[in-house]
Design a protein around this ligand. Sequence first.
Ligand code: GDP
Ligand code: IMO
Ligand code: MG
Length: 443
Amino acid sequence: MTVTIVGSQLGDEGKGALVDLWGGNADIVVRYQGGDNAGHTVVEGGEEYKLSLVPSGAVRGKVGILGNGCVVNPRTLFDELDTLRERGLDPDVRVARRAHVIMPYHRVLDGIEEEAKSDDDLEAGTTGRGIGPTYEDKVGRRGIRVGDLLDPDVLRDRLEYVVPQKRAIVEDVFGLEAGEEFDIDALHEEFAAVGRRLAEENMTVNAGDFLGNELDDGSNLLFEGAQGTSIDIDHGIYPYVTSSNPTAGGASTGTGVGPTVVGQGEVVGIVKAYLSRVGTGPLPTELDGADEDLADYIREKGGEFGTVTGRPRRIGWLDVPMLRHAARVSGFTGIAVNHLDVLAGLDEVKVGDAYELDGERLETMPATTERWAECEPILKSFDPWPEVDWAAVADDGYDALPDGAQTYLDYVSDEVGAPIYAVGVGPDRAETIELADPFERTA
Ligand code: GDP
Ligand code: IMO
Ligand code: MG
């Protein structure tokens, strides 16, 4: 059976924490899209792990798979594995042979294109990891796949076709100098060695077959979404998006497990109790202008600084039309709401309940980002809840939550049309109130 974890908003909803919590009942944790643009945090007994590529199940010693829908930077992967080993973990990560490889030139091109777009305010504020250029090459049928690294002749053929084109883009389109990242021999040497290491460590896999066999044997698979619905390439606020499908459909195309299998399982939307955003683009419920002090307060209290880049995150009230959109796109069977503790002690808690656009009330997101930018949030106020001993509340369960927080959660669950499976009241695994284990619901 499968459980799919999906970000409901703009990324950084606390997916890593829930993957860690429910990973206890999983046999295998699978990333199905994205790459090292992700930054997933797991805190266990005060130990903090920040994972960008290794699936979060590694903290619990689960087998991790990077599915075919991922883009893999081998340098990051090996660095992260080495760091985890130095910290005493023994991660077992296998990479789909169909996954695409982020090459050094992809990172360079990511930077160049963001810079060029910034003249027209069209840059997405990417993480600079080369994600977009790698997916472009995948779709353009000129990418390099993990399987290609295993055969030096295939790798050379691929490089000889693609690298001169990349060099020409840098030199002839952008008028810049192409560096060593565009040197075929150097690339071949480095990436053939990557292929040898992957083979020696038995790290590559035909992921779809492997996962299919595991399912036949009764294994529990946890699909770990990265990013979030509103930065999905199809369903997000284009062009201020990432280049993959974090939504639940991606769990099928990005792993080789059929949509009927994913759909028989649970799909859990992870919701942050307010909004945070690294990157550019409109944000109707943003706390800015007169509300900047409040945004600063929430940012500091919630530690809202990018896991990957350290950038301060923009802050907004919960955007409920965004959640309704997310629930439909992915078909949430349940949700987890995190960061309830961060909103404690405010004078007033608000949400964007709907939008006003051209004098009309909208319950969900318009399809173009330009129209979304014109939306005025219709705010709804909630009674605040006090600061309490969250560790004690986490021990005592849902009924121990302050009344105001319960009212807020009931409202969110009603609007999204899905029950609450977990509530986060702090970063640690022990600071999560678990109402349901999705693996037990699918059993
Ligand atoms: P992800 O990308 O969705 O996995 O989320 P990130 O790890 O990038 O960002 C979430 C941050 O919030 C991390 O620092 C987590 O440790 C922390 N966190 C997760 N859940 C909670 C919660 O319920 N309360 C608080 N205060 N922090 C949380
Ligand atoms: P996790 O998995 C938040 C944002 C970037 C930028 C846009 C495109 O930790 O939730 P990219 O580098 O992917 O081409 O950048 O997407 N972004 C994220 N924002 N959390 C993430 O991952 C993100 N991954 C990418 O800031 O706006
Ligand atoms: Mg993150």
